[in-house]
Design a protein around this ligand. Structure first.
Ligand code: SF4
Length: 389
C-alpha cells in the first residue's frame, strides 16, 4: 500500500493571532517581519531539499499550522510558485490551506485561488459564541459565516470545517445546534472533521482544570456527542471515511488519506515530520534556529524496521473505515496478514471489533479488506494497540 513514487508536501506555518487556551500545537503570535523571514526560510528548505523528491509526482500540498492565513497571501502564493518550478506538482494535485475566520478577506481568498489552492480548511470548532470565547478562539460564528461565504464567492468548491465537541460547559443540545448550523450552510461543506477536545498537559486549560476553574465533559456526555455527530452527519449524506473525518462522495482529504496509507511525504518548517522510503525524520522545534539555518534542523532519522512498518500499516490503516487490504499487505511485506497477525485478527473478529469485507481499490482491483466494525471504531485505540508488539 505504500505508494512510493507519489509524494505529498506539508508546510508548517507556526503563527497564530493568539494562542487558544486548549492548544498545544507548535504555534505562536509573531510580527510580520518574523513571518516574512520564516517564509523565506521555508523556501530555502524546500528548494534545498528538492533532490529528495526527484522523479516523484506530488499529489498534494498542505499548508497547515498554526494559522497559515495570518501570513500575507503574497508570501504563501510566492512559495507555491517557487515550488512548482522544482517539484513535480501534478496539475490535479489537492492543495489545501488552513484558515481561521477573521484572518482572511475576499482579496486573500482570491489570491489563494489564483495561485492554485483548491481546498480550504476552516477552523470553526463551535457555532456558539459563548463556547468560542471559553476556548479562547479569536472569532465569532458571524465571522465564520463571512469567511465561509467569501470563500465560496472566491470559487472554493472544496471546503472542510473543523468541529470540536466535549467542550467545557457544552450541552448535547448545543452540540446538536452546531452541527445543524454547519449543515444549514448553502451549500454545506464538502468535508467535516469532528474531534473531541483533548486536555493537553501544559495548556492553560490543563492548568485551569487543576485549579478547579474548568472541568472536562463527563465521559458519558462526550460519548453522546460523539454518537450524535456520527448520526447527524450520516443522515446528512456524509461518509465517515476515517474515525474523525466525514466527507461527501469524492471529497475525502487526499492528503490525510496518504498519511494513513503511509504515502511518502516531506514536511518543511519547525517541528515538521517526514516519511521517505520508510525513514521517518523531523525538524527541531526552535524557531530562531530554523530562521538561521532551515536546512540544518533535521533531527536524527529513524529507519523503520520491517516490524515497525507492519505495525504502522495496521495502526494507521485501520483508522480508515475501508480498513487495510490483505493483498496490499502481502504486496508490501511478502507475508500475509494472517501469517503475522493471525491470532490478533481472529480474536477481534470473534469479539465483533474487526470485520472482513470486499472493495474495489483505485486500480480497479477487488480485494479483501480488514476493517474496524462500527463498535470497533468506537474503541479504535484499544483494537489498534493490539497490533503493536
Ligand atoms: S488557531 Fe489552531 S493552532 Fe492556533 S492557537 Fe488556536 S488551536 Fe492552536
Amino acid at each position: 500500500m505504500t505508494e512510493n513514487r507519489e509524494l505529498e508536501l506539508y508546510f508548517h506555518i507556526p503563527f497564530c493571532v493568539k494562542k487558544c487556551l486548549y492548544c498545544d500545537f507548535l504555534s505562536q503570535p509573531a510580527s510580520p517581519l518574523v513571518q516574512e523571514r520564516y517564509m523565506e526560510a521555508l523556501a530555502r528548505e524546500a528548494l534545498g531539499r528538492a533532490e529528495e523528491a526527484e522523479g516523484r509526482k506530488v499529489v498534494s500540498v498542505f499548508f497547515g499550522g498554526g494559522t497559515p492565513s495570518v501570513v500575507e497571501a503574497r508570501l504563501i502564493c510566492g512559495l507555491l510558485q517557487n515550488l512548482r518550478e522544482v517539484y513535480g506538482i501534478l496539475p490535479e494535485a489537492e492543495i489545501t490551506i488552513e484558515v481561521n475566520p477573521g484572518t482572511v478577506d475576499a482579496e486573500k481568498l482570491s489570491a489563494y485561488r489564483e495561485a492554485g489552492i483548491n481546498r480550504l480548511s476552516i477552523g470553526l470548532q463551535s457555532a456558539d459564541d459563548g463556547e468560542l470565547a471559553v476556548l479562547g478562539r479569536i472569532h465569532t460564528w458571524q465571522q465564520f459565516l463571512e469567511t465561509y461565504y467569501a470563500a465560496r464567492k472566491a470559487g472554493f468548491a472544496n471546503i472542510n470545517v473543523d468541529l470540536m465537541s466535549a467542550l467545557p460547559g457544552q450541552t448535547l443540545e448545543s452540540c446538536r445546534k452546531t452541527l445543524e448550523s454547519v449543515l444549514s450552510l448553502q451549500p454545506a461543506p464538502e468535508h467535516i472533521s469532528a474531534y473531541s477536545l483533548i486536555w493537553e498537559e501544559g495548556t492553560p486549560f490543563y492548568e485551569m482544570e487543576k485549579k478547579g476553574i474548568l472541568s472536562q465533559a463527563p465521559e458519558e456526555l462526550d460519548r453522546q456527542m460523539y454518537r450524535e455527530t456520527k448520526r447527524t452527519l450520516a443522515k446528512a449524506g456524509y461518509e465517515r471515511y476515517e474515525i474523525s473525518n466525514y466527507a461527501r462522495a469524492g471529497y475525502a482529504c487526499r492528503h490525510n488519506l496518504g498519511y494513513w496509507k503511509r504515502r511518502d511525504y516531506l514536511g518543511f518548517g519547525v517541528g515538521a515530520a517526514s516519511l521517505l522510503e520508510n525513514v521517518r525524520f523531523r525538524n527541531a522545534d526552535g524557531l530562531s534556529r530554523y530562521l538561521e539555518n532551515p536546512l540544518g534542523c533535521r533531527e536524527q532519522a529513524q529507519a523503520l524496521t520491517l516490524e515497525e512498518q507492519m505495525e504502522e500499516f495496521l495502526f494507521l490503516g485501520l483508522r480508515m473505515t475501508d480498513g487495510v487490504g490483505f493483498d496490499d499487505f502481502a504486496d508490501c511485506f511478502s507475508h500475509s496478514l494472517e501469517e503475522i497477525y493471525g491470532p490478533v485478527i481472529e480474536k477481534n473478529l470473534r469479539q465483533g471489533l474487526l470485520r472482513r469485507c470486499w472493495r474495489m481499490d483505485g486500480a480497479g482491483r477487488r480485494q479483501e479488506m480488514l476493517a474496524l466494525t462500527e463498535f470497533g471504531l468506537d474503541v479504535a485505540n484499544y483494537v489498534m494497540a493490539q497490533f503493536l508488539r
